[in-house]
Write a protein that binds this ligand. Structure first.
Ligand SMILES: Cc1cc2nc3c(=O)[nH]c(=O)nc-3n(C[C@H](O)[C@H](O)[C@H](O)COP(=O)(O)OP(=O)(O)OC[C@H]3O[C@@H](n4cnc5c(N)ncnc54)[C@H](O)[C@@H]3O)c2cc1C
Length: 414
């Protein structure tokens, strides 16, 4: 007899799970509380949808629990980036690889990803029921009873793919956590990840709008490095943003959870404006430029060395605006070189769920077997961002959503 599979949530993970379950012979329905499925997918990769990444490994994922590493490794080995690409080829999507390893649809349009997924769901007769807000599920004899705002459903298997809390306007409003709570499942409180940092620095106003190829590190109160990355950093009127900042932001809450005496406001984001330059060499270059143009003002002498907003920033930090090159002491130039590589932005807050790209925390992976099935509720599967794992920027989160959906979809239909 055909199995009846219900998928709660029509996002990246739920849609793929539904397709795979239907391909394995199940009768499948998606219950989605928005008026459409795939809303978040449309926003991904700045509208281009970074599907996966050819360079993918355990180090691209963060969890708050070190013991989860085996589970994650097992899952990553079960579905490689190539298999995700093959899946998309099998539904008629041509793909391309940009910057060596980042996989996108060849159209570079997330709308084509959503459209091929919708076409496949239609081809496989997967039923899509929208405006169905699921609030709970429970076991009734051998079946699973699912309660939505509109009706009660029964199924042989259920895949909970409700996403996290980021970008709630797309539908992932955290209600998946209510379902987990209702089932008395263990989960780590959700926290914002891949997000910008709100900082306490009076220079933010001057620097707003700047973009620099720079390094960023997160330091604890003893100045030990918690995380670091390099790339284009954006300076805003509230703090810092950009992909390297997103990457390091994901490591902040896991650190705070591990060190429960530590507070977010003890942490500092350190910017290195010249990550490829030794401090001593930078000092010599600065010294030479200020000497070459010794009769010019600090701002004029450093023109061409740094963007004028940065010159203005350092000039105000060191009160140098009325000084000429020759009036600036060697010790000040040394300090300038040091600060250009060690510019501290004390962290005040992380940009929250309305702005972050993914949700950290989520269902403890120890609740699942390798099929993404709940050990305590056989035939109920949980996938995607609702789980306590966060990928780096670069296609790693969609990869996780797809792979968990693929594994759960197949097993749910068996
Ligand atoms: C702006 C932005 C850009 C991103 N770009 C990328 C990228 O390029 N590459 C990448 O790898 N990752 C990217 N991500 C992350 C990626 O989109 C997510 O990790 C991924 O979509 C998670 O998939 P999911 O299926 O678990 O959840 P979602 O895609 O969030 O889907 C969850 C679905 O469940 C529905 N739902 C929730 N609760 C209920 C309920 N109670 N009842 C019924 N339905 C419910 C929601 O409406 C939604 O449709 C991006 C995220 C954002 C916000």
């Amino acid at each position: 007899m055909k199995k009846r599979v219900l998928v709660i949530g029509g996002g990246a993970s739920g849609i793929v799970a539904a397709i795979i379950a239907a391909r394995h012979g199940a009768t499948v329905s998606i219950l989605e509380h928005q008026d459409k499925i795939g809303k978040k997918l449309l926003l991904t990769g700045n509208g281009k949808c970074n599907l996966t990444n050819l360079r993918l490994g355990l180090s691209n994922y963060v969890t708050t629990n070190q013991e989860d590493k085996d589970f994650i490794n097992h899952a990553l080995n079960a579905y490689s980036p190539q298999q995700v690409i093959s899946f998309f080829h099998s539904i008629g999507l041509r793909t391309t690889v940009l910057r060596d390893s980042y996989v996108y649809p060849e159209t570079e349009a997330s709308a084509s990803v959503v459209s091929v997924l919708l076409r496949e769901l239609q081809k496989l007769h997967v039923e899509i029921l929208t405006n169905q807000h699921v609030s709970s599920l429970s076991k009734k004899d051998k079946r699973i009873c699912i309660i939505s705002n509109k009706q009660t459903f029964f199924a042989d298997s259920v895949i909970v793919a409700c996403g996290g809390k980021s970008y709630p306007k797309t539908g992932s409003d955290g209600s998946g956590f209510d379902i987990l709570r209702h089932m008395h499942l263990q989960y780590v409180e959700p926290y914002p990840a891949l997000t910008s940092l709100i900082c306490n620095h009076k220079g933010c106003k001057i620097l707003s709008g700047m973009r620099n190829q720079a390094g960023v590190s997160i330091l604890d109160s003893k100045h030990s490095v918690i995380a670091g990355d390099q790339g284009q950093i954006q300076f805003t009127d509230y703090g810092i943003s950009g992909i390297p900042v997103f990457q390091v932001s994901s490591k902040i809450y896991p650190y705070l959870l591990k060190h429960n005496h530590a507070r977010l406001t003890d942490l500092t984001a350190r910017i290195d404006l010249f990550p490829y330059e030794e401090e001593e060499k930078l000092f010599l270059q600065l010294d030479r430029q200020l000497n070459d143009y010794h009769s010019f003002s600090f701002e004029e002498a450093l023109s061409g060395f740094l963007h004028k907003k940065w010159i203005q920033f350092f000039s105000s930090q060191y009160s140098l605006s009325n000084k000429t090159g020759k009036e600036i002491k060697k010790s000040t130039i040394k300090q300038l070189a040091h600060d250009m590589k060690n510019l501290d932005f004390p962290i005040k807050e992380l940009k929250g769920f309305d702005f972050c790209q993914v949700t950290g925390g989520g269902l403890e992976l120890s609740e699942l077997n390798h099929n993404f099935e709940l050990k305590r509720y056989p035939s109920v599967f949980v996938t995607g961002e609702l789980l306590n794992i966060t990928g780096d920027c670069g296609g790693y989160n969609l990869h996780w959503a797809f792979l968990s959906g693929m594994i759960a979809g197949e097993k749910a239909a068996d």
